[in-house]
Design a binder for this molecule. Structure first.
Ligand code: HEC
Length: 106
């Protein structure tokens, strides 16, 4: 009985920590995106200074020709290039997770 309770508590703890830390928060990511929106539309694919990001994660390829996936989008955010600033040291890992979660909703 005691053992079952410990296991239940452990399982609940794992569930909570997964929810609060592992995934990005799209609502917070929308705020992070304020600093991206000078160059990127979020509601269309029209070019501003950079490409419009609507439907980004539903596309096959980035402008660079690399497949659209979380790792490549994160690399683009970290490294920038071709007119985009590098956000490696500007955003925290959590902010990057959040903004990626937001990009997935576009
Ligand atoms: C000063 C303008 C500028 C800012 C600010 C900016 N970007 Fe960019 N971004 C660009 C340009 C220009 C490109 C195109 C680069 C290329 O063609 O290789 C780009 C490309 C991208 C791409 C790849 C799009 C594709 O279709 O290939 C993503 C994703 C992206 N930016 C996300 C972001 C995020 C998230 C932020 C904010 C944290 C941000 N950008 C801030 C200019 C900017």
């Amino acid at each position: 009985m005691y053992r079952t309770r410990i296991i239940l508590i452990a399982a609940a703890w794992v569930a909570c920590s997964t929810i609060s830390f592992a995934a990005g928060d799209a609502a917070k990511g929308k705020e992070v995106f304020d600093q991206c929106s000078v160059c990127h539309n979020s509601d269309s694919t029209d070019q501003k200074i950079g490409p419009g990001l609507k439907g980004l994660f539903k596309r096959d390829k980035l402008a660079s020709g690399k497949p659209v996936n979380e790792a490549n989008v994160r690399a683009q955010i970290n490294d920038g290039g071709n007119g985009m600033p590098a956000y490696k040291d500007i955003l925290s890992d959590q902010e990057k997770d959040d903004v990626i979660a937001y990009l997935k909703t576009l």
